[in-house]
Design a protein around this ligand. Structure first.
Ligand SMILES: [Zn+2]
Length: 292
């Protein structure tokens, strides 16, 4: 908009979905392949402009910019917005809150189930009379998609915990969708076998955004649902600074910029986390799904 303030801008969205939500049409991205083209030099864009002009539609120049509410930066999300906790804190003081922990992945928990068949609503489906049934949509479904549900053991100096990673986070970590990974497994391997790709996760130190309520009592330590992760080395380094807690419980006027010294500029790589990718597996439904 800043370089093209005279003529209207044509936006082309490819691989998007139109839905009606609360009576209004909304656009939603496709999870792995949405593309946005701004002022593309294609015949269709030129045709759209000329049709609108011919049709008498008044197109105003881009002299105003409409912005939505500012999105929280990854830096704010992982350093300031949520409380900073050790794994010991998390295990000893369960609470219905989202917290940030820093941990190293020790191992992948092999419980024989690293994916589940999901309805398009993302919930697990169960086998029923040769087809699948979704307890959320209350109907039989014929198109199911495999989605990740992976448990990892993570530790810091104070203890260890099991974290449950869902589809988008596993996809972001290994760079392969669950369907692609299943398809790439060697012939003859069973779908319950753990693919070698998961081994690359062991030893990685990451900031995890988790819900501080254990979702299972099957392990000695708690099992916590991951709601996002951050692998940015600069943010991890700031999180690790000794004696400094800038999270909400002790938030003061300290900001990351004055922690790292004057004039030093840090570049952050955001990890994109779309709201609609939030895992939504109902655990009761999932337990049933494990036995089909
Ligand atoms: Zn469903």
């Amino acid at each position: 908009m800043s370089v093209n303030s005279v003529s209207p801008i044509v936006v082309v969205l490819q691989y998007a979905k139109v839905k009606i939500f609360k009576g209004l049409p909304v656009l939603q991205n496709s999870m792995y392949a949405s593309r946005m083209l701004l002022n593309p030099d294609i015949p269709e864009a030129a045709e759209l402009r000329s049709k609108m002009t011919l049709g008498g539609v008044q197109l105003s120049p881009c002299n105003s910019v409409v912005l939505g509410p500012p999105k929280m930066s990854i830096e704010d999300e992982y350093l300031k917005h949520y409380p900073k906790k050790t794994i010991e804190d998390v295990n000893n003081n369960p609470e219905d809150a989202v917290v940030i922990v820093l941990g190293t992945i020790n191992e992948i928990v092999d419980d024989g189930q690293w994916w589940y068949p999901a309805c398009k609503c993302h919930k697990a489906v169960i086998a029923d009379n040769g087809v699948y049934y979704c307890h959320t949509c209350l109907r039989h479904v014929f198109n199911v998609t495999p989605r990740y549900k992976l448990q990892i053991e993570v530790s810091d100096l104070t203890g260890c915990a099991i974290l449950m990673l869902f589809d988008y986070d596993v996809y972001s970590l290994i760079g392969k969708s669950c369907a692609d990974l299943l398809a790439s497994m060697p012939r003859g391997s069973k779908s319950v076998e753990y693919p070698v790709e998961f081994k690359t996760l062991v030893g990685r130190k990451l900031l995890f955004k988790i819900t501080n309520t254990s979702v299972s009592s099957r392990h000695d330590s708690g099992v916590y649902r991951v709601r996002g992760f951050c692998d940015d080395a600069n943010i991890i380094a700031m999180y690790e600074l000794p004696g400094v807690d800038i999270s909400p419980t002790k938030a003061g006027s300290i900001t990351p910029s004055n922690l790292v010294g004057s004039g030093e500029e840090l570049v952050f790589t955001p990890v994109s986390l779309a709201d609609d990718c939030t895992p939504c597996v109902d655990s009761a439904v999932f337990k049933k799904a494990r036995f089909f």
